[in-house]
Design a protein around this ligand. Structure first.
Ligand code: ZN
Length: 257
């Protein structure tokens, strides 16, 4: 649950309150001793820091999906604008009693930048909405580039994918496309029909491997894939023996497993 501190420690809650200087509380308060390290609620990018009358030092972190968190009443700030922070990373410390505040505390806000409430602006109740700050996504699985055994294919309607004998992976992020850079020289552009043909031929190799659990003519499968690509007029240079060996190794591993 990506709150900076447990909900049970919250003192003043979000919303209307009987406190004339500031009757509409745009965040939640954690009574904490000055000097307490303040963690980032979730991974993100620091989009602002500053010092404002009434807020003491403050930090704002962008978490994507139009959501930001703000940390007010800080005594020190340990991050800089533009810096990426991890969930739980210390961004500063709670400051001493400041201005009209009633005591040492952290004031924490959650903002949905698409909202425009006449009173609260973009601030939303952290306790009710903190679940929208999803935990950091698991790191994407690094691509394994097996030298000569893979080809990168692309078509206008299908995007970019890596194929090999018995292997298919659609590249969905810029990061994955960058990681596949070493395969640029084996990059093939085609239309959507050709893309589908290449994929089906690559996966036909996999079906033979996983379905029949029998020896397959791996060299033949590789040559089928290559023939399909060459039929489009594209010249590709691939070590057929190396690909066939990779498929055989895969077959052996699957049967053994
Ligand atoms: Zn507050």
């Amino acid at each position: 649950m990506p709150l900076p501190f447990p909900a049970a420690q919250v003192g003043a809650r979000f919303g209307k309150r009987n406190y004339p200087p500031n009757p509409y509380h745009k965040g939640i308060d954690y009574p904490l001793r000055a000097g307490t390290p303040v963690p980032a609620a979730a991974a993100g990018t620091v989009i602002g820091t500053g010092h404002t009358a009434g807020f003491n030092h403050w930090v704002e972190i962008d978490h994507g999906h139009s959501l930001t968190t703000r940390y007010h009443m800080l005594g020190t700030v340990q991050v800089a604008r533009g810096q990426k922070v991890a969930e739980g990373q210390t961004i500063g410390t709670v400051g001493p009693k400041f201005g009209v505040s009633t005591g040492e505390h952290l004031h924490f806000e959650l903002h949905d930048k698409t909202r425009r409430d006449p009173i609260y602006g973009t601030a939303i109740d952290p306790l009710a909405n903190i679940g929208r700050l999803t935990p950091a996504a698991p790191a994407s699985i690094p691509l394994t580039l097996i030298g000569d055994t893979m080809i990168r294919i692309q078509s206008p309607g299908r995007g970019i994918a890596l194929i090999g004998a018995g292997y298919y992976r659609h590249l969905t992020t810029n990061e994955e496309v960058e990681q596949s850079g070493p395969l640029m020289e084996k990059h093939v552009n085609g239309n959507d029909r050709q893309f589908d043909l290449w994929v089906s031929m690559a996966l036909a190799g996999r079906a033979a491997v996983t379905g029949e659990r029998a020896a397959v003519d791996t060299t033949g499968v590789v040559e089928q894939v290559l023939a399909g690509i060459r039929a489009t007029g594209v010249s590709v240079s691939v070590d057929v023996a190396a690909v066939a060996k990779a498929v055989n190794d895969d077959l052996i591993a699957r049967i053994a497993g």
